[in-house]
Design a protein around this ligand. Structure first.
Ligand SMILES: Nc1ncnc2c1ncn2[C@@H]1O[C@H](COP(=O)(O)OP(=O)(O)OP(=O)(O)O)[C@@H](O)[C@H]1O
Length: 239
């Protein structure tokens, strides 16, 4: 890694499946405190990029570098929710504590420090009073907050989110964005989000990545994006 504040770096990376590339020559840096939104057409490769950044899909070529902080602690990940996940039969506290599982090796019991960190993260997201409730009895917005608290247990530096407002009503979506702004600005947590909500991306992001079909790739500030052909097409006239 070249710079101290870099968390994740893609160097001339090709990504795809069974030897067939979806994205080629990807160069990207995610820095601490960044707020990066990945937008673009359906099927262009946004989730493929996310899977690779999470280490779930090895690159076909090139390299993805992680800062030592990210190597020691897993990245906080908020996946797209499936119906089965919404029906998960566990208490809220158990769901949040499970965020520690990837970092704890073979230890079976949660430590007192992990329990108090889980409660602190529930408090941070304003849902501490839900700790004893059954997760599947919560509303969609409450479930997203609980999953964010879980993601914060896994990582304190970088949150990766895949279309986090899917299924939320407009008020719950705004609520979630407000929480993400708080975590980014006040806690210094970098946010990397795949989203189709271009209005919010233009409002909150510091960096926009736009992926077009055929793997065409734009990466720059909101202002640069709005001047680009992709941004003029997607940017909803805000130029
Ligand atoms: N497991 C897989 N095996 C083979 N091809 C895949 C796999 N997952 C995705 N693809 C293909 O990779 C391409 C990019 O898919 P991806 O899911 O990354 O797009 P996306 O931009 O996230 O789409 P959307 O906006 O619809 O969520 C598509 O052509 C898709 O068919």
């Amino acid at each position: 890694m070249n710079e101290e504040n870099e968390l994740l770096v893609c160097r001339d990376v090709s990504l795809g499946y069974e030897g067939r590339p979806v994205l080629e020559h990807v160069n990207l840096s995610v820095r601490s405190g960044d707020y990066l939104c990945v937008v673009g057409e359906n099927g262009s490769g946004k989730s493929t990029l996310l899977k690779s950044l999470l280490g779930l899909l090895p690159p076909l070529s090139g390299e993805i570098l992680r800062s030592p902080a990210l190597r020691d602690r897993a990245v906080g990940y908020l996946p797209q929710q499936t119906p089965a996940q919404k029906d998960f039969p566990a208490t809220v506290l158990e769901v949040v504590l499970s965020g520690f599982l990837s970092n704890r090796g073979l230890k079976f019991f949660y430590t007192a420090a992990e329990r108090s960190a889980a409660l602190m993260n529930l408090g941070k997201l304003g849902v501490l009073e839900l700790q004893g409730k059954c997760y599947r009895e919560l509303s969609g917005g409450q479930q997203q907050r609980v999953l964010l608290a879980r993601a914060l247990c896994a990582a304190s530096q970088l949150l990766i989110l895949d279309e986090p407002i899917t299924g939320l009503d407009p008020a719950a979506a705004q609520d979630l964005y407000k929480t993400l702004r708080y975590l980014n600005k006040k806690e210094g947590i970098a946010v990397l989000m795949v989203t189709h909500d271009i209005k919010n991306a233009l409002q909150d992001a510091r960096t926009i990545v736009h992926i077009s079909h055929g793997g065409r790739w734009f990466c720059g500030s909101v202002e640069e994006y709005l001047r680009s052909p992709e941004g003029r097409r997607f940017g909803g006239g805000r130029s």
